[in-house]
Design a protein around this ligand. Structure first.
Ligand code: KG4
Ligand code: ZN
Length: 383
């Protein structure tokens, strides 16, 4: 069975061709099934505006989608008539962007008389680590950390997802992006902030760990961004030196010997240096990673589980990966990640999620959706 996967929910056009061998367990030969995948990122186009411009995103999906489909068919040495099903991100996402992928999917389905399967974008992310971990059994805990979502889910099986906790304000990726922008880094800020953090001291400034002790599995990241803003303006402020003997009233204070606490007022009154920016980036990343790790481990413990899968763009963060793997091992748990190239949005995860859905319930091929639908807002628990 050959599935074409289409992803167009935000600022990446992703297309993939996924082959499922008849009677084979999909997860046991998962990566081999991926015949071809292509991705066009719109980052360069949106960078000038500091964020995704929905109308431009839709127009670009229109330009890219058909050529990308042609490319994957060519690379996979298949033709349209070989397709058995078309999988497409039905939601959540930007309405106009979803319309493009779903229009093309519906058109292909109609023209080829093949079923169209609508996939939840987060289900794609959540199942994508199975592409690289064929023997990973259910149940497991999933940490979904993207630009729009931060959720902990209990995954009992394909299509059986239980929300354990989520962010009450900004998503983790959004916090990375907004903080990066405060530091003057280009959009999208996550990867550039992470790179800058590599050169800084994560203990330079003690930033808050929001909701660390809230007793639930929810997150809040908007205050962290505000703490960075406060810290940065303190460090920028002329004639407001951060001397070590100054009373410690704010939480965003330098704590290490090498931190700007010991620098002279003259230096602090100048715009913050690259070294200080790197220290802020590292301290911010440490705070966000601490919270994500602590809540993920708590989710494992509370549910008596020993497997955690991490997905979504922030799942590419090196520091998060290192700390999660280390701390989970201390608790006797194992962490699984998608291949790095498939952490951000892509068509492979959509085709693969459809393959798993078909395997779990082959009847969906006989009763595919007939209407054209998109779901810009869609709760994963209801799929
Ligand atoms: O899953 P994704 O590609 O798109 C959404 O569905 O949102 O995630 C994109 C998010 C952006 O906020 C981006 O800054 C963040 O993931 N991101 C990272 C890293 N790579 C991407 N955040 C931190 N560290 C990274 N290495
Ligand atoms: Zn995503």
């Amino acid at each position: 069975m050959l599935i074409l996967g289409i992803e167009s929910s935000c600022d990446e056009t992703g297309v993939a061709l996924y082959a499922v061998k008849a009677n084979a367990n999909t997860t046991s030969n998962a990566t081999k099934g991926l015949l071809a995948h292509r991705l066009h990122s719109q980052i360069a186009m949106h960078a000038a505006y500091g964020g995704v411009v929905p109308e431009l995103a839709s127009r670009d999906h229109i330009r890219r989608l058909i050529p990308l489909i042609e490319e994957v068919l060519q690379e996979g040495k298949r033709s349209l008539s070989d397709l058995d099903a078309i999988a497409v991100t039905e939601g959540p996402g930007l309405g106009g962007a979803l319309m493009v992928g779903n229009s093309v999917a519906a058109g292909l389905g109609f023209a080829l008389d093949k079923p169209v399967i609508g996939i939840h974008h987060l289900e794609g992310h959540l199942l994508s680590p199975l592409l690289d971990a064929p023997d990973l059994p259910f149940p497991f805990i999933a940490l979904l950390v993207s630009g729009g979502h931060t959720q902990l889910m209990a995954v009992e099986g394909v299509g059986r997802y239980r929300l354990l906790g989520e962010t009450v304000d900004d998503a983790a990726g959004e916090a990375f992006d907004k903080t990066a922008s405060l530091l003057g880094l280009p959009y999208p800020g996550g990867p550039s902030l992470a790179n800058l953090a590599d050169q800084g001291d994560p203990n330079a400034y003690k930033l808050p760990r929001p909701m660390l002790h809230s007793g639930d599995l929810d997150f809040s990241f908007s205050g962290l961004k505000t703490a960075v803003l406060t810290l940065k303006s303190r460090l920028n402020a002329p004639l407001q030196p951060l001397l070590p003997e100054e009373p410690r009233q704010a939480s965003a204070f330098p704590v290490s010997e090498s931190s700007p606490a010991s620098t002279t007022p003259a230096l602090i009154s100048a715009p913050i240096s690259a070294a200080i920016s790197a220290n802020i980036a590292a301290s911010f990343q440490a705070a966000i990673v601490d919270v994500l790790v602590a809540k993920s481990l708590a989710a494992l413990k509370q549910n008596g589980m020993h497997r955690l899968v991490v997905s979504g763009g922030v799942g590419a963060n090196k520091s998060l990966r290192e700390k999660l793997t280390l701390e989970a091992a201390r608790q006797g748990a194992e962490v699984f990640y998608p291949p790095l190239a498939l952490c951000t949005d892509n068509g492979a995860m959509i085709a693969f999620a459809a393959a798993l859905r078909i395997q779990a319930n082959p009847s969906i091929l006989r009763s595919p959706r007939k209407d054209f639908s998109i779901r810009p807002r869609w709760n994963l628990e209801t799929v």
